[in-house]
Design a protein around this ligand. Sequence first.
Ligand code: ADP
Ligand code: ADP
Length: 231
Amino acid sequence: EHILEVRDLYYTYSDGTQALKGLTLGIKQGKTTAVLGGNGAGKSTLFLSLNGIYKPTAGEVLFKGLPLDYSRRGLKDLRKSVGIVFQDPDSQLFSASVYQDISFGAVNLKLTKEEVRRRVNMAMEQTDITHLKDKPTHCLSFGQKKRVAIAGVLAMEPEVLVLDEPTAGLDPMGISEIMKLLRKLQAQLGLSVVIATHDIDIIPLYCDYTYVMDQGKIVLEGNPKEVFSQP
Ligand code: ADP
Ligand code: ADP
């Protein structure tokens, strides 16, 4: 029932910074899991380890019970299954039209034109941005750009959607809209959703399970209500 598992993971950057120091967690299939932690806790490093962008210094990551395959081929397959939405949508968008931006990843999968079109149209519907189809992405609001970035990952038809700080930079209305959207996607598509956040308030409202991270380790975990009612 854990689609992703992280076992005793260590990650050390080339300058010697130990970002992950023996981290263990499980991401449950079809649920929304939050990883809460302050700046520098290691959330981004963990996320980049989940789809093989970072290869662990020690320990392992398993997808559907199998250790990640770090060969070119293995990584390509993995990136279709585990999609990452970065914190800053501009890092993921190329400022073409919304349609072109969303299709970028799917085009790289060497699908037929019709299949790409089907997936992009579906992803736009799922994220409620079909009306923005022909707009250049650089003229969209921050919240709309976030949706375009999410749609681009959905067009890859992933099984796990990993989002780094999806609510950062949004006003309260934008936060509730994006979290409700993720909840809807999780329910409708059976997606497993993982979010990193330092916003404690959204977790009991929108997440099924939470891990609390500090200095490269998990220091607390459980159902949000249990975790946040501890003295
Ligand atoms: P229910 O809502 O009926 O408890 P769940 O499938 O949500 O069923 O949870 C079953 C158990 O698994 C619960 O104890 C829950 O705390 C735990 N759990 C839920 N999500 C996760 C997760 N992402 N990682 C680890 N354990 C989880
Ligand atoms: P978070 O996402 O929780 O803010 P990060 O994973 O970004 O945490 O960072 C964890 C630790 O790794 C921090 O001490 C940070 O300064 C360090 N770090 C992050 N990226 C790099 C990098 N490219 N090179 C060296 N150290 C880094």
